[in-house]
Design a protein around this ligand. Structure first.
Ligand code: KG4
Ligand code: ZN
Length: 349
């Protein structure tokens, strides 16, 4: 089955052609970083307009890269949420128009489910059917989640962030250090030559409160907002000397270590608590080499298999959306559904 995937939940416009079960024939991602950079974060209205401009182009380019033509397509898979409402609507409208014109099924995919399965886009990765149940760590600009996956469509959210996401923590830290947006990769580049023991930033312990949701395990949750506040206080008390780039590197390394340490600690606790022996990792922050190395180190010590997402599919992309549909874990939107059917902007698993 040949599936066209479309993704537009945040600030990347993406299209991909996937031959089921998991062979990517062509994939294109148009980033909007230049449009949002001057504002220090994603501006929803700008994102929406950029998607409208980019969607026809990326769809056409993905098709060309795959060597397929419109009549070869057998289904359209599209992200319906979570994400920015306007951004989601643009992708849904394009997908809907194509599925109606081509007379093929329209399959709605949860964006987070895409990240859950993105490691399996690596042609050398095992068939997902052979590794259930597995633990998934999703770390991106909008999400930090630990999920137990028992099969396509069967997920248990174990832990999440109670405030900022891991990528947000990187971006806010980079902003405080004057590195620009987005800043994860810039903190990583500076940290390479830094001393991560220079300053100990908080690892954000989470404790349950009275209205704590039953399904979430506090010991498997993250909190990153105190970390950026700690960095702000540090900078206020110790103005960064311009002639001492080593201090900036040491700070970046210490800040990165606090995020990575919190992620590795909760992830390791999760596989131990639940007795899981495979870890799948996805999302933009999983590009971070220090995180990759530390997860490998912990997994090796505990005899856990680690499946990392190929770099091309760590950030938002449409191949992972098509993959979820190929695995049979998408929801079909019937052609008779009302034309004003809403996307679902809120996080859900
Ligand atoms: O998955 P993604 O492309 O978009 C979202 O769905 O959010 O993730 C973007 C996030 C940004 O916060 C960015 O700073 C972070 O991933 N990121 C990194 C690195 N590369 C991107 N964080 C740490 N180290 C990196 N090398
Ligand atoms: Zn994402």
């Amino acid at each position: 089955m040949i599936i066209l995937g479309i993704e537009s939940s945040c600030d990347e416009t993406a299209a991909a052609v996937l031959a089921a079960p998991r062979s990517v024939q062509g994939h294109v991602v148009a980033s909007q970083i230049d449009a949002h950079g001057p504002y220090g974060g994603v501006v929803p209205e700008i994102a929406c307009r950029e998607h409208v401009k980019a969607l026809p182009i990326v769809i056409e380019e993905a098709l060309q890269a795959s060597g397929c033509r419109y009549p070869d397509l057998e289904a359209i898979a599209v992200t319906y949420g979570p994400g920015l409402a306007g951004s989601l609507l643009t992708g849904l409208a394009a997908a809907r128009a194509l599925s109606t014109r081509l007379g093929i099924p329209l399959l709605a995919v949860n964006h987070l489910h895409g990240h859950l399965f993105s490691p399996f886009l690596d042609p050398d990765s095992p068939d997902p059917a052979t590794v259930y149940p597995f633990l998934s760590l999703i770390v991106s600009g909008g999400h930090s989640c630990l999920v137990r996956v028992t099969g396509p469509g069967h997920y248990q959210l174990l832990g999440t962030t109670v405030d900022d996401a891991a990528g947000e923590a990187f971006d806010k830290g980079a902003n405080l250090l004057g590195l620009g947006y987005p800043g994860g990769h810039r903190i990583e580049a500076l940290a390479v030559n830094g001393d991560c023991t220079f300053h100990r930033f908080p690892r954000g312990r989470v404790t349950a409160h009275r209205s704590w949701p039953d399904e979430l395990i506090p010991e498997l949750c993250f909190s990153f907002s105190g970390l950026k506040t700690a960095l702000r206080y540090w900078i206020e008390q110790n103005p960064l000397p311009e002639d001492e780039p080593e201090t900036l590197s040491d700070l970046a390394a210490s800040y990165q270590e606090a995020i990575v340490d919190a992620l590795v600690q909760r992830t390791r606790r999760a596989w131990r608590m639940l007795g899981l022996n495979t870890l799948a990792v996805g999302g933009g922050v999983s590009l971070n080499q220090r995180l990759r190395d530390r997860l490998h180190e912990a997994a090796r010590a505990d005899g856990v298999q680690v499946l990392l997402t190929p770099p091309a599919y760590c950030g938002d992309n449409a191949a992972m959306i098509a993959l979820v549909a190929a695995l049979g874990a998408a929801r079909e939107i019937p052609p008779t559904a009302p034309l004003d059917a809403d996307p679902s902007p809120h996080p859900l698993f």
